[in-house]
Design a protein around this ligand. Structure first.
Ligand code: ADP
Ligand code: MG
Length: 671
């Protein structure tokens, strides 16, 4: 039956409902999705040797005639299938375990390819569980053995072998060709194959070079997607104008000079950078790239004070309402004494301080609000990554003729310099590399299982020793107990800990399933010292500021990316006290990836270093959190392929200039 790209995957022969549910786990719903399911590796079994050679090399691919095959039932009811294979040069035995159907599906006297290794324990040559396929005379026709065999991301009951056979059906019956979103002339100039050719090459390579050519095109598509997003933002803003905010450093210094601490040089530099930018009709696009705890909020507050002095309004947006409320508290504490009206707007609550605000604080939902003052000159987005801020469009597109605000983004993860130059090439970046002077480096330790109890006892004693002044966070990956994941759950551990080691200590539980109000209440009480310990799920991750918290225990630390661990660690060490971070690992942590990563983390205090390490070892998804950031999870490309990304940005610029429909291209690019 002819197949079309948009057909549901169940149209493919031998894909029923049961299989389609499994395929959904791999993100495969349509025929096209299957074609875009790209091999993760290949095994070249195309060079064929004789049985004699195999006996010497002990590994390889042979073509032989099946002389006999039979099942042997062992005492433990297991099935051993034993076959004899011969070619002109000799004879060899092959065995398989628990594949009784083989004895029926392989026919004596027919020719097959077999690929595998000899049993190292047997002196008599014996192939163990070789892969096999009928010999079709000529490599071109082989699907599984005797070729460059693709292996795919698999899931339970969906094997690479099965996927190969389905793909073979698709290639034979497909009527459509995949629409190529990239114009011919660009493909030619970049010496890239069409998307159809590329897809064909990665699934059915005849030689190793085919794989490279095919993957090269797919990588190009993936990075072009990023490039198009960047360049269309740039394009959107060209020609747009912003309010000049005529503020000078002396004015802002009125604010700075009355702070209870002095700013770091980097903070001052950042403020100067921003002031310079907003003194222009050219809309500012600046990223404030600072480590966790480096004091980005006060930088924003200083600038917002300047905006206020110019008679204009600022907007500050945070990712959650907890954070919005926290900002409201800190910022109104800082600015209201100086006469600034600060307003909080969150979707869940009514507006606090509703008359003629000069600083408005809320979540990203603010962007969709209709009743915003029309003199908003500065928008600050906290704890964001550029790929999450597409919403900014809303604000920019509101009224095409009017002025657009200056824009400042503050990162949730310190971004290594190598990446900012590329991904944020269109934005100016201010780095805050220094932490405030009063900080002591946080002491981070990996705690082996045997020391877990003493770790908890130590925390308890320290709380008592400091007369309940210093506080501790304990982070667990899950809310509820789950049989599947052995990760410790916050709820259950809360019960256990508060009835044992922390019996005499006030502790609270915080998790994502609680209502906003409840969470907020608990955090407020924790900040005020009503509890000494907060047992929480990763909801505390970003931005929360509890100065007296000096101890952080992270359970199942191996489950988190290092950038995320760094966010947790950043919840302590926020004043002049010595702070500690303890990493506890689950039973299944493996030495190589788990412990090594955690050891690296415990020896490095800079978020920039940690992010870079994560980027190199686990990819951008881990560093930036694919979901929040919207950074595509690449199947083929690496985001560190800076050279290619730069090329793609040139192409993207050209496509936009020539008036191509960017959304349509994005819809059709390989992903
Ligand atoms: P982040 O950059 O992670 O958003 P915050 O803005 O929340 O960090 O600042 C962390 C803490 O450091 C806050 O309690 C803030 O009051 C304090 N802080 C900021 N700048 C300084 C400074 N220059 N000296 C001392 N403390 C500072
Ligand atoms: Mg912050």
């Amino acid at each position: 039956m002819p197949l079309r790209l948009d057909d549901p995957i169940t149209q493919v022969p031998l894909v029923g409902t049961a299989k389609s549910i499994l395929l959904e786990n791999l993100g495969i719903n349509t025929v096209k999705d299957l074609l875009f399911h790209i091999p993760s590796r290949y095994k070249d079994t195309s060079s064929i040797i004789t049985i004699d050679q195999l006996k010497i090399e002990r590994e390889g691919t042979i073509v032989g005639t099946l002389e006999s095959i039979k099942n042997i039932y062992t005492r433990s009811r297991k099935v051993l299938t034993r076959a004899t294979i011969s070619d002109g040069t000799g004879r060899i035995e092959a065995v398989w375990f628990n594949q009784r159907y083989l004895a029926k599906s392989l026919n004596p006297n027919e020719q097959y390819l077999f690929e595998g290794k000899l049993n190292p324990k047997q002196t008599r040559p014996q192939l163990v569980s070789p892969t096999y396929e009928k010999y079709y005379q000529g490599v071109v026709n082989q699907k599984h053995v005797g070729r460059i065999t693709p292996f795919y991301p698999e899931t339970a009951n969906i094997s690479s072998k099965w996927l190969r056979a389905r793909l073979d059906d698709v290639f034979k019956n497909l009527e459509d060709t995949i629409l190529d979103p990239i114009p011919q002339d660009i493909l030619k100039e970049k010496q890239l194959p069409t998307i159809n050719e590329a897809i064909n090459l990665v699934h059915n390579p005849q030689e190793v070079e085919d794989v490279n050519i095919g993957r090269g095109r797919l990588e190009f598509d993936e990075l072009l997607r990023v490039a198009l997003q960047i360049e269309s933002e740039v394009h959107q803003q060209t020609g747009k104008q912003a309010n000049i905010i005529p503020v000078d450093f002396d004015t802002v210094y009125e604010f700075i000079s009355q702070l209870p601490y002095s700013l770091t040089d980097d903070q001052v530099m950042a403020i100067r950078d921003i002031i310079k930018d907003i003194n222009s009709t050219n809309p500012m696009r600046r990223l404030l790239n600072g480590d966790v705890g480096s004091g980005k909020t006060v930088v924003a507050a200083a600038v917002m004070y300047g905006v206020f002095k110019s008679g204009l309004t600022s907007l500050l947006m945070a990712p959650t309402s907890i954070l919005a409320r926290q900002h409201f508290k800190t910022i109104s504490n800082m600015l209201e004494p100086l006469g600034v009206k600060v307003q909080l707007r969150t979707s869940s609550e009514q507006i606090e301080n509703s008359k003629d605000p000069q600083v408005i604080i809320g979540t990203h939902a603010l962007l969709f609000e209709k009743e915003l003052p029309d003199n908003i000159a500065l928008v600050v987005v906290d704890e964001q990554h550029r790929f999450g801020v597409n919403q900014r469009k809303e604000l920019l597109e509101k009224d095409t003729n009017s002025l657009i605000p200056h824009y400042l983004s503050m990162t949730a993860t310190p971004i290594p310099r190598t990446l900012t130059n590329i991904l944020f090439g269109d934005m100016s970046v201010s780095f805050i590399n220094q932490l405030p002077l009063n900080r002591l480096p946080i002491k981070t330790h990996y705690v082996p299982k045997a020391k877990r109890d003493s770790c908890y006892t130590w925390v308890k004693e320290r709380i008592i020793e400091t007369n309940y002044k210093e506080q501790a966070f304990i982070i667990f990956p899950l809310v509820d107990e789950s049989e599947k994941l052995e990760a410790k759950s916050a709820k259950k551990e809360f019960e256990t800990l508060t009835s044992t080691v922390f019996k005499e200590i006030k502790a609270a539980l915080l998790h994502g399933q609680m209502k906003e109000k409840e969470k907020d209440e608990i955090l407020k009480d924790f900040k005020e010292g009503k509890y000494s310990i907060l047992i929480a799920t990763p909801v505390v991750e970003v931005g929360i500021d509890i100065p007296n918290a000096t101890m952080m225990i992270i359970e199942n630390a191996e489950r988190f990316g290092l950038a995320q661990l760094h966010q947790f660690r950043g919840r302590v060490g926020r004043n002049s006290l010595q702070s500690y971070c303890y990493l506890l690992a689950g039973d299944s942590v493996d030495e190589e990836n788990g412990v090594e990563r955690l050891m690296y983390f415990s020896q490095h205090n800079s978020g920039f270093d940690v992010a870079e390490y994560d980027l190199q070892t686990r990819g951008p998804g881990e560093v930036f959190g694919v979901k929040q950031s919207g950074i595509p999870k690449f199947k083929v490309a690496t985001i560190t392929n800076i050279k290619l990304l730069l090329q793609c940005r040139e192409v993207a610029k050209e496509l936009i200039k020539q008036g191509y429909n960017v959304d349509k291209i994005l819809d059709n690019l390989f992903r």
